[in-house]
Write a protein that binds this ligand. Sequence first.
Ligand code: UDB
Ligand code: ZN
Length: 182
Amino acid sequence: MITMDDIVREGHPTLREKAADVVLPAAAEDKETLTKMIEFIINSQDPEISSKYGLRPGIGLAAPQLGVSKRMIAIHVEDDGEVYSYALFNPKIVSHSTQKNYLAGGEGCLSVDREVPGYVPRYAKITVKSVDLEGKEVKIRLKGLPAIVFQHEIDHLNGIMFYDHINPDDPFRELEDAIVIE
Ligand code: UDB
Ligand code: ZN
């Protein structure tokens, strides 16, 4: 199983690379990595497993965080009583709102062992096209926290860290017409 020791941290070059498309249909090795990624996220949210193995409770993970420069993401997050659980190859944002949103508490990252204060503006609504573990094409419409997690993970595939989006002059500058997520 994946543990925190497998997660590369800030400074690792893979986190700043543009990850390669996964060749589809996916090879067994890529399916295995992606399966382990979603298992890690679900495990990390289990209080017993997370305390036993010292996992940070995660809601998303991208393959570059394992030092694997391929376009794969795993997300498991609850919002409004709904569970958004996805293990995806080659995710792509095909449309988005002009309106933005952001987490009132800012963002963190499993690959960042420090607090970086500030608002991280994201698109409030996105539509993502991708391929799931079964090889099926999926089209997913998202808003709120799930939309933020998808954008954070897809950023990792492009070598972008959450703090790249923080206004360096005024990290907590109010964004016009943005939805604040508490
Ligand atoms: C996380 N979790 O998993 F708004 F119920 C973070 C960590 C780094 C703090 C573990 C998180 O933000 N949980 C959370 C947020 C809420 C409400 C709630 C739980 N990640 C995943 C990551 O680093 N992926 O690369 C960071 C998140 C910041 C915004 C989206 C992903
Ligand atoms: Zn991250």
